[in-house]
Design a binder for this molecule. Structure first.
Ligand SMILES: [Ca+2]
Ligand SMILES: [Ca+2]
Length: 145
């Protein structure tokens, strides 16, 4: 853990893990928060904005999901929350920051299952999973380069 935090401080923004030169993909830059805490869409999206000038991770295509998956799993342990949610209407996933429908999402097998009303979305190495919004985890921010 100490080693991880030590690495995280190199060339990074306070509070986020990033690896110089390796977190940029097709005009977008990605950051993973260092702390595990109870996730909250509004609060974390605001933090992405305030801390980095960005927004919660918005996955637009499978290629991007692949890149981000590789990146975050080099940053230690999840869960890693995205900005995708279906909190307004069950099963209709959209991007929290701009309310646009979330398309081309690649889910883990048997997901999403809305188990005990899961309305937020986390990334796993083998796909996305819907998860309860208040669960503890880290979050991923995206910015335009
Ligand atoms: Ca749901
Ligand atoms: Ca689930």
């Amino acid at each position: 853990m100490l080693l991880l935090l030590g690495v995280a401080m190199i060339g990074s923004v306070q509070g986020y893990v990033t690896y110089k030169g390796s977190n940029v993909h097709k005009g977008r830059k990605y950051y993973v928060s260092n702390q595990w805490e109870n996730f909250d869409l509004a609060k974390m999206n605001e933090r992405c904005k305030k801390d980095l000038g960005g927004y919660l991770l918005q996955l637009d295509q499978f290629q991007e999901q692949n890149f981000v998956t590789d990146f975050i799993f080099r940053s230690g342990w999840g869960p890693f929350f995205t900005g995708i949610t279906d909190e307004k209407s069950e099963g209709k996933y959209y991007h929290y920051n701009d309310n646009k429908p979330a398309k081309d999402l690649h889910w883990k097998i048997f997901q999403p299952d809305n188990w005990y009303n899961e309305d937020c979305v986390e990334i796993w190495h083998d796909g996305l999973n819907d998860r309860r919004c208040g669960d503890r985890g880290r979050y991923v921010c995206e910015t335009r380069v």
